[in-house]
Write a protein that binds this ligand. Structure first.
Ligand code: UGA
Length: 427
């Protein structure tokens, strides 16, 4: 099929690369000239395992093309995917990019198409968007919603082997065409109307952080009662009705999705006079978790981190990405810096991103270099390389052997045997 993807961000590029690989002809449109130029020379603007390779492969075989020009990419399209950002603006969902891109699409339509909204948008918005687009075109089009469920760092794998494909559309012919396009992707199919599809995305993206905040709250109790939250959640997750995923206690959730979507659903609920108390508590628990962790670090430093060298391992909001949007590391660093700590921060891929948003710290890519004469190792992002560190070597490097494990990944007994003072979260 001839497809056009609007928005060369994370969702847009993954969607484009995967569909091009299924032998569709794909155009990607983005207003950012620099980005399009880089993409056309085979460079992607962020780190995502496997994506660059897939893009280059399909670009070379002429199935994937990039442009800033809507008039080049729209006229022949059979399906157009809107994958632009819907950022938070003062707690409200900013539909600016959605409005601008759908207007440009409408102005360039030459034949009937399906316009699929992939961006996370307020449920029920398709009717409004349809009216909006009709102002700019006489050509007929159908609207649909196919929400995105992929996670950063595992995007290709998530897309190819997804849990489900949700197709929200009002017309049977649209559903059939979208089912055909998604045929090579595994996972269950759920067909519903577009409003329901959009609500599924919000419900999923707020339920997962609810699980995380719940685990974090239980972890605080585990610290007090002397239980091990890892085992507790393992036991809880063995119940199939609950499931084992997203019960990992730690320094809280971050990223470009969960914090934004939790805040957005609270606001959307307010608009229809519903006080979404559960989500307010999820948000608050997540914010307080940072403080809980920082206090733990300070306590382990005998009550003060002033002028002490602390090493933060991991800056990205999770492993496998260079993304630092709403990363817990930012807030932890800010709080520790305020208390006078001398910070060395380390990440395998996020240092260039970090340099743009963090100042007053020393940047490292090699953890061993960072740990020389340090007093505390603070694990914030559980990169594989940080899970497999040589602690015998580290013991010799550090001035004081304190490890604060914000992701509960280290073996407490082994570290204590080596002479480290160890604390995780809820262990
Ligand atoms: C999330 C969802 O998982 C995807 O399904 C969704 O498509 C995506 O948002 C989106 O809306 O685009 P993502 O933000 O990439 O994906 O990252 P996750 O893997 O969900 O992790 C989010 C945060 O939760 C990370 O900071 C992670 O460290 C934290 N987390 C995750 C925990 O603290 N504990 C856990 O057990 C799991």
């Amino acid at each position: 099929m001839n497809l056009t993807i609007i928005g060369a961000g994370f969702v847009g590029l993954v969607t484009a690369a995967v569909f091009a690989d299924f032998k569709n002809q794909v155009w990607v449109v983005d207003n950012d000239k620099d980005k399009i130029k880089k993409l056309s020379s085979g460079k992607i603007p962020f780190y995502e395992p496997g994506l660059e390779k897939l893009i280059v492969k399909n670009f070379k075989s002429d199935r994937l093309k990039f442009t800033t020009d809507y008039s080049q990419a729209i006229p022949n399209a059979e399906i157009i995917f809107i994958c632009v950002g819907t950022p938070n603006k003062d707690g409200e969902i900013d539909l600016g990019y959605i409005k601008a891109s759908t207007k440009s699409v409408a102005q360039n339509l030459k034949r009937p198409v399906i316009v699929v909204i992939k961006s996370t948008v307020p449920p029920g918005i398709n009717k409004e968007l349809e009216k909006w687009m009709k102002k700019y075109t006489q050509v007929s089009f159908d609207m649909a919603s196919v929400p995105e469920f992929l996670s950063e760092g595992r995007a290709i794998e998530n897309t190819l082997r997804s849990y489900r494909v949700v197709i929200g559309a009002e017309k049977k012919s649209v559903v059939e065409k979208l089912l055909k396009l998604h045929h090579p992707i595994s996972g269950e199919r759920l067909i519903c109307n577009s409003t329901t599809a959009q609500m599924i995305k919000y419900a999923a993206n707020t339920f997962l952080p609810t699980k995380i905040s719940f685990a974090n709250a239980i972890a605080i109790l585990c610290d007090q009662f002397g239980a091990d939250v890892k085992k507790v959640m393992l036991g809880v997750g063995m119940d199939k009705r609950i499931g084992p995923d997203f019960l990992g206690a730690g320094v809280g959730y971050g990223g470009s999705c969960f914090p934004k979507d939790v805040a957005a659903l609270i606001k959307l609920a307010q608009k229809v006079n519903y006080n979404f108390k559960i989500l307010k508590a999820v948000e608050q628990t997540n914010q307080e978790q940072i403080n809980y962790f920082v206090q733990k670090v300070i306590r382990l430093c005998d009550g003060s981190v002033k002028d002490k060298i602390l090493v933060i391992l991991g800056l990205a909001f999770k492993p496998g990405t260079s993304d630092m949007r709403e990363a817990s590391s930012i807030y932890i660093i800010k709080a520790l810096k305020k208390k006078g700590a001398k910070l060395r921060v380390c990440d395998p891929v996020a240092i260039p991103t970090a340099k743009k948003i963090i100042s007053g710290v020393k940047f490292f890519t090699n953890p061993y270099k960072a740990l020389k004469r340090a007093e505390v190792l603070v694990l914030v992002t559980e990169w594989k390389e940080y899970q497999k560190l040589n602690f015998k070597k580290i013991k010799k490097l550090m001035k004081r052997p304190i490890v604060v494990d914000g992701r509960n990944v280290y073996n407490q007994k082994q570290l204590e045997k080596l002479g480290f003072i160890y604390e995780g979260i809820g262990r």
